[in-house]
Design a protein around this ligand. Structure first.
Ligand code: HEC
Length: 324
């Protein structure tokens, strides 16, 4: 049996697989997992190819049988010649790279000593090895001049450049993979596009209980300094993601909103801070001071022995001194 058709069928199967995979791929998963019917398409392609191979094989056989004896002989000769010269280029290149003498010519390079019948051949070094060796010499010379004479860069610089590059790539990646944020990594978004997206999420989902302005209704006022569940982007993100206290009406939104959307609406909520909307609900909860805020931004002034004024980012907030 000829091996040609079998090899061609295998190649078609692999190529078909790769082409479908390449054209159809959308994400991390293989298209064949997402669209299992593609296996059927690939199967049909392979079956058609096998059928075509069988037809061509049969046709060749019939044509061969109709040849006259001398033509048949010529065909056989040409076929044998083509077969012998298959992969000739590879075989020749391999021989050149190894550079060994064929067995018939070994007599020319045999050394004239003989150890218990073991003889030694004086083959040349294989050309692949010799050229590889020359390449290392050239490499060493260039390396020496570049790094020892002209001090191009050293390991520390190389490391720092790699870290800087990696940071840029991480930033890029974060931009495309916004949904990686969670409560530990979320940061206040200030881009207008993010805040606008947050605004429409808020108006669509939250305004019913918090009012469009954030002034509060069923839910608390979101624009004042007081927070029941903690202010700041991390706490607000957590409240939106996990919900409020049981039975209060604030559900967990993590199954309805993507992490990026929760970050947007959380940032939008914080952007409402200090907007003093009309008909605002009474403050609930505690004044929230950001423990990570730079100290210069929080100024504490004693008004008298019972009251202090805390100035956060130029906004005064007055509260009672709580005695321990
Ligand atoms: C069904 C009414 C309702 C909806 C809808 C609702 N909330 Fe609330 N929200 C509440 C209530 C009630 C609370 C108070 C929870 C508590 O006391 O534990 C609250 C609390 C909060 C808090 C914490 C306030 C604080 O003082 O700590 C934030 C932030 C918040 N909601 C944001 C949102 C956002 C953003 C949405 C929309 C995605 C939303 N809420 C939708 C009712 C709602």
């Amino acid at each position: 049996m000829k091996t040609g058709p079998i090899i061609r069928v295998i190649i078609i199967a692999i190529l078909g697989y790769l082409v479908l995979e390449f054209l159809g791929t959308t994400g991390e998963q293989s298209v064949f997992v997402e669209q299992p019917w593609l296996w059927a398409v690939l199967g049909v392609i392979i079956v058609f190819h096998i059928a075509a191979e069988a037809c061509i094989g049969a046709l060749e056989r019939v044509l061969y049988l109709t040849l006259k004896p001398e033509a048949r002989e010529r065909y056989d000769r040409e076929y044998a010649f083509a077969k012998a010269n298959q992969f000739k280029w590879f075989k020749d290149t391999y021989k050149k790279l190894v550079g060994g003498k064929p067995i018939e010519q070994e007599g020319e390079i045999i050394l004239d000593h003989n150890y218990d019948g073991i003889k030694e051949l004086d083959n040349n070094l294989p050309p692949w090895w010799v050229y590889g060796f020359y390449a290392t010499i050239v490499f060493a010379a260039i390396y020496l001049v570049r790094f020892e004479v002209f001090n191009d860069y050293d390991q520390v610089e190389e490391y720092e450049a790699a870290v800087a590059q990696a940071k840029i790539e991480i930033e890029e990646y974060k931009k495309t993979a916004k949904d990686l944020v969670d409560v530990n990594t979320v940061q206040l978004l200030t881009e207008v596009s993010d805040l606008n997206a947050g605004k429409s999420i808020f108006e669509g989902n939250c305004a019913a209980c918090h009012k469009v302005t954030g002034a509060g209704g069923i839910g608390p006022n979101l624009t004042d300094d007081h927070w029941i569940l903690g202010g700041g982007i991390k706490n607000v993100f957590r409240t939106i993601s996990e919900g409020g206290r049981d039975g209060k009406g604030m559900v967990a939104w993590k199954s309805d909103l993507k992490p990026s959307e929760m970050a947007q609406v959380a940032s939008y909520v914080l952007s409402l801070h200090g907007s003093n909307p009309p008909e605002a609900k009474e403050p609930e909860g505690e004044i929230w001071l950001d423990p990570d805020a730079p100290v210069e931004e929080v100024k504490v002034e004693v008004i008298d022995s019972t009251q202090i004024q805390v100035i956060i980012e130029d906004e005064p907030v007055t509260g009672d001194i709580i005695e321990d």
